[in-house]
Ligand binder design. Structure first.
Ligand SMILES: [Fe+2]
Ligand SMILES: [Fe+2]
Length: 258
């Protein structure tokens, strides 16, 4: 088993909540990797990302993250990225990385994603045709960037593959979000890309009123790890089979120890 701790939507301002700092500071022994599913900051401001960097510097396992829509408000993207990277965070924006966990290579493909909705496969159609078209263009671009990241992972032959998103690839993790808002929360194109690849686990945030457990139409496990949904970080136990053996497509969850 490889243990992947995950949380999203920290929406950090300049002060880091004590409970969050305490929970993340003691990951060793509980998790092998930490995934942060975007909206790390509340407004993308540099003092906020500096607060996040200070928080992440105290985490003693590798960190993989994507940017959320709130992080994208940052006007100084290079400084934003560099501040996180200096704190040991691998920020994936249409990119892939392999993390070595005790000799087991775990692949991560990450992109923020975009809205656009889940119609016609899941959820309602968008009311305004022109808006739908504009959304679809950007949604498709982000899905292509995810596809490219997954393609780049393949020759690296990871023992398991995790997709990290901010927006959701499915409506099954949107919980109490009103269907009229689905178009703002993710899109089905991301789910289609995931189902074309051998993905073991998908983690996303953004849907603050969602539910934690769902799946793509193709059955890939998807978890909404927005902090308002899961409360505190969750550790997903990812089965990693022997070399050459097929991967299990399931992941189990355990509660974060109090
Ligand atoms: Fe958020
Ligand atoms: Fe968001």
């Amino acid at each position: 088993m490889v243990r992947i701790a995950a949380i999203g939507d920290l929406h950090l301002k300049t002060r880091v909540p004590d409970a969050l700092a305490d929970g993340l500071a003691d990951l060793r022994g509980r998790a092998d990797v930490l995934v942060v599913a975007g909206d790390i900051t509340d407004g993308g401001r540099l003092p906020e990302v500096e607060a996040a960097a200070e928080l992440f510097r105290a985490v003693n396992v590798p960190i993989v993250a994507v940017m959320g829509n709130h992080d994208r408000r940052c006007l100084r993207r290079t400084a934003f990225r560099r501040t996180l990277e200096d704190a040991g965070v691998t920020l994936l924006d249409g990119e892939a990385t392999v993390v070595d966990v005790g000799g087991r290579r775990i692949g991560f493909a990450g992109v923020g994603g975009y809205g656009g909705g889940f119609w016609p496969d899941e959820g309602p159609a968008l009311p305004h045709h022109r808006a739908a078209q504009a959304l679809a263009v950007r949604a498709r671009r982000e899905a292509i960037r995810l596809e490219n990241a997954l393609v780049r992972l393949r020759p690296l032959a990871p023992r398991a593959t995790v997709v990290v998103l901010h927006y959701s690839p499915t409506a099954t993790t949107l919980g109490k979000e009103p269907p009229l808002k689905y178009w703002m929360l993710g899109n089905i194109e991301l789910g289609r890309v995931i189902d074309r690849h051998d993905v073991d686990l998908v983690l996303h945030g953004h849907a603050h009123l969602g539910n934690p457990d769902g799946s793509t139409l193709g059955g890939t496990p998807v978890h909404n790890v927005a902090s308002s949904v899961i409360g505190s970080p969750v550790v997903y136990h990812l089965p990693v089979s022997g070399i050459g053996a097929p991967q299990s497509a399931s992941a189990s969850t355990v509660g974060w120890p109090a």
